[in-house]
Design a binder for this molecule. Structure first.
Ligand code: 5GP
Length: 190
């Protein structure tokens, strides 16, 4: 997706050797016009699939998932990282290792919101080593629902995520794939 790649080149900042900061349009300030184009692109790529729900993880995935859901006309469910007192006790749970924080945490989804008849599209902002996506796949499997695909805004193609998802025969669509980020220079694959 050219519009997205151009924006990453213009505003992305490489931190160390493997973290990309895109706070000015994706992870802190949100460019809603760009998100609309991202949503339309996901709709194009998964148009042939039957989808009844979009699943993401709080917090950065929520905005992208909500705008994307408008094009599929389905609800969004987000996995919660913090189980407050108002969280349903009856929930699916999975442990996720956070690439950016370097520690594990549990994510939870109430059993009310993923049902065995659901056909679920997973949406997230980044794909690194597929820990977040694997946690969401685990929750969908626990619910006996079907994983229809994984839609990612920015994939770091030099990490292991793609292999982990494709090895499970799940359709993976990433709108920008970064091949390398050496010396702060972002090189795209597609
Ligand atoms: P994974 O679970 O695939 O290893 O990492 C993906 C998750 O970690 C995403 O949900 C995203 O929030 C975060 N993440 C991984 N790599 C990056 C990165 O380079 N930049 C940002 N902003 N977030 C990342």
């Amino acid at each position: 997706m050219e519009l997205l790649k151009n924006r990453i080149t213009k505003d992305g900042k490489v931190i160390g050797s493997d973290v990309l900061k895109v706070d000015s349009f994706l992870n802190h300030q949100i460019d809603v016009k760009l998100f609309k184009e991202i949503g339309k692109e996901f709709k194009k790529r998964f148009d042939k699939k039957e989808i009844t729900k979009i699943l993401t993880i709080e917090s950065s995935g929520i905005g992208i998932a909500c705008i994307t859901a408008q094009y599929f006309d389905v609800p969004v469910v987000f996995a919660k990282k913090h189980a407050g007192t108002n969280m349903d006790k009856d929930s699916f749970q999975s442990e996720v290792f956070s690439f950016t924080k370097g520690k594990s945490y549990n994510v939870r989804v109430s059993k009310k919101y993923i049902l065995p008849e659901d056909k679920v599209l997973i949406i997230d902002d980044f794909l690194a080593n597929a820990n977040a996506a694997s946690g969401l796949i685990d929750i969908i499997n626990q619910a006996d629902a079907k994983v229809v695909g994984v839609g990612i805004v920015i994939e770091k193609g030099f990490q292991q995520g793609r292999k982990i998802i494709e090895d499970q025969n799940i359709q993976l669509e990433s709108l920008a794939i970064i091949e390398s980020m050496r010396d702060g220079k972002i090189v795209f694959k597609n």
